[in-house]
Design a protein around this ligand. Structure first.
Ligand code: ATP
Ligand SMILES: Nc1ccn([C@@H]2O[C@H](COP(=O)(O)O)[C@@H](O)[C@H]2O)c(=O)n1
Length: 432
């Protein structure tokens, strides 16, 4: 496909996506621990706002813009979003950049991600950088926000049309209710959580051009037995945040119950983790998801002959993906029993999942002892703490099988003893 053709395709797709623009609800994430501010659009003037409201102040205090990326392809869309975030670092230093989401309430996959930019110095440079972004591709839309004499706020959407940046719609900002679910929930399924082998396989197959090594993984997956049945011996997955003692416990359990130790992702693709960790979220998550299926085929055969201990499995893949994708507070996570917390039907299920938990201070001590607490991580401790809370809360919400929590803050010997007690109790009750 030539450049012009792909550019035109992007433009027609973009027109389709932005046609419904005025029906969208917008959410601005001002900070990671506060509720987003929501607003909707209306082409006719809406009653003036309470000038003291947070949203009014946010949109009128400085020269305000927003930029959004629209794409019907989850891989290129995610790539463009990462690129846009990087490009915004070229904005003048004093500009404040916040995350923005445009979505159709309750409509799966409808989320368009972007950023709100505030420039309290009204710099020409800001306008220039943003216009350049719009001109550079057919996917980026730029909005500016203005206040009229009646105290109303208007959003003007500008797009590149036939080579010219034009205003294509102007809508008055009005109140919108907080949706039942946080908007980022709308784009998780099939984008970073793949509930079927084919879905994860499809993403890796699509990205072979971008990551040629994906071909090796697909070949390995092709050779795997896709059975969902395991053997008669117990299969126990060990889960938890990093440095909670998973490797320590899995090794100890191997010796105690003469188990075979497996992990996900398995060693045969472990060397590709760095490569995939650097790719856009859909590609990275598809790598781990397919890794689980490759491990599953080994679980199915090994559990015919011995107990199996798996160091991380599906729950890790889901918990990290959900916690990364859902911005802000723990309360923003999908509620209990949401479909995202369910085990994929086509993946071998462990008999038991142990979730190791360690209080934050002890976990930091363990990381330090391993020499892994770097200054940058220390600086980010606050943000990380929220992320860790979300990962652990997600683990605790997983179902079929749910995690059994084991306090891993105690000595290594006690952790092993407690884990063995849970395993014995669970396996005895399975047999009766
Ligand atoms: N119960 C314990 N008490 C004290 N230290 C422990 C305990 N369990 C593990 N450790 C130590 O904490 C560190 C992290 O343990 P380990 O490597 O087993 O964690 P992990 O969960 O497998 O980490 P990762 O997910 O990052 O690989 C190691 O230095 C280990 O010796
Ligand atoms: N089954 C898995 C295993 C791991 N991940 C991802 O890897 C990261 C944690 O790995 P550690 O080396 O610290 O054990 C974490 O970011 C997970 O996203 C996964 O997704 N699925």
């Amino acid at each position: 496909m030539n450049v012009r053709c792909s550019f035109e395709m992007a433009q027609s797709l973009r027109s389709a996506l932005y046609k419904e623009w005025a029906k969208r609800v917008f959410a601005i994430e001002c900070s990671s621990n506060s509720e987003p501010l929501y607003f909707a659009l209306n082409p006719t003037p809406q009653g003036p706002w309470d000038e003291n409201s947070c949203l009014h102040q946010l949109l009128t205090r400085a020269q305000t813009y927003s930029v959004c990326i629209a794409s019907d392809n989850k891989i290129t869309g995610a790539e463009s979003y990462v690129r846009l975030r990087d490009q915004l670092s070229r904005l003048p230093e004093r500009c404040r950049v916040m995350e923005l989401m445009a979505f159709s309430p309750n409509q799966q996959g409808s989320l368009i991600k972007g950023f709100l930019i505030q420039d309290d110095q009204h710099l020409k440079e800001t306008e220039r950088v943003l216009q350049e972004l719009v001109r550079a591709d057919g996917q980026t839309a730029l909005c500016s926000y203005t206040r009229d004499d009646g105290g109303r706020i208007w959003q003007r959407l500008r797009l590149l049309t036939a080579g010219q940046e034009r205003e294509v719609s102007c809508n008055c900002i009005c109140r919108a209710d907080r949706p039942q679910l946080h908007p980022s929930v709308l784009n998780i399924k099939n984008s970073v959580i793949f509930c079927k082998y084919e879905d994860a396989y499809g993403v890796l197959a699509e990205c072979v051009g971008m990551v040629p090594k994906a071909k090796d993984i697909l070949q390995l997956a092709d050779q795997c037995d896709r059975t969902c049945r395991k053997g008669p011996f117990p299969v126990i997955a060990i889960e938890g945040l990093d440095a909670t003692g998973k490797s320590t416990l899995t090794e100890a359990l191997r010796n105690s119950i003469q188990a075979t130790l497996l992990k996900s992702p398995p060693d045969c693709i472990g060397h590709l983790r760095k490569t995939f960790d650097a790719k856009p979220p859909p590609v990275r998550r598809a790598f781990y998801a397919l890794g689980n299926y490759i491990t599953a085929s080994t679980i199915a055969s090994v559990s015919e002959k011995s107990p199996v201990i798996v160091d991380r499995f599906w729950h890790s893949t889901a918990a990290y993906a959900i916690a990364t994708e859902i911005s802000g507070k723990v309360d923003n996570l999908p509620p209990l029993h949401h479909e995202l917390y369910q085990w994929p039907q086509d993946l071998v299920q462990p008999d038991l999942v142990l979730l190791l938990t360690v209080d934050a201070e002890e976990r930091v001590r363990r990381l330090e002892r391993r020499g892994e607490m770097r200054t940058k991580e220390e600086i980010e401790l606050e943000a990380n703490s929220l992320f860790r809370q979300k990962v652990e809360a997600t683990y605790r919400r997983m179902e079929n099988p749910a995690c059994v929590v084991v306090d891993a803050s105690v000595s290594k010997e006690e952790v092993l003893r407690n884990a063995l007690l849970v395993i014995k109790k669970h396996c005895d009750s399975e047999q009766t």
